[in-house]
Design a protein around this ligand. Structure first.
Ligand code: SF4
Ligand code: SF4
Length: 141
């Protein structure tokens, strides 16, 4: 038996007893890195409503034009959020909306499982954006 063949067999044997590195997704999930940017998520106030003050800065800065913010006049004549719409079909997960927000009302969550049958389920309103899992809501940028 040649030396090269023995070397190859030794390597195979060594690898055979090594702990597998394959992750059995989706049953097993790898932890996401600290600065991972998943789906944008709205942060909730203590009363459960979005912290967003409808200033529209994220809408203006978003390079993909995927955010639409509609304001209304709330109690006491204060500007309030009427509708928030984010089209994940267009989002590039750049995080600029998070940087633009003056009140830390939007964060990048850990959610990366965004597959959907069609485009419509990926158009999110404020209710769905509030429900993002992971570190959303902690003001992570
Ligand atoms: S992450 Fe970027 S592309 Fe996505 S909504 Fe925010 S600003 Fe727009
Ligand atoms: S920048 Fe912040 S406060 Fe202003 S509309 Fe966007 S999420 Fe709301």
């Amino acid at each position: 038996m040649s030396k090269a063949l023995l070397k190859g067999l030794a390597l195979t044997l060594k690898t055979f007893f090594r702990r597998p590195v394959t992750v059995q997704y989706p049953d097993e999930k790898r932890p996401v890195p600290e600065r991972f940017r998943g789906r944008p998520a709205l942060v909730a106030r203590e009363d459960g409503l979005p912290r967003c003050v409808a200033c529209g800065l994220c809408e203006k800065l978003c390079p993909s034009l995927c955010i639409t913010v509609t304001a209304e006049t709330g109690p006491g004549g204060i500007r309030a959020l009427a509708h928030y719409r984010l089209d994940l079909n267009r989002c590039s997960f750049c995080g600029l909306c998070v940087e633009a927000c003056p009140v830390e009302a939007i964060v990048m969550s850990d959610e990366y499982e965004l597959a959907a049958a069609g485009r419509e389920p990926l158009v999110c309103d404020a209710g769905r954006l509030l429900a993002a899992p992971g570190r959303a809501g902690e003001g992570r940028s």
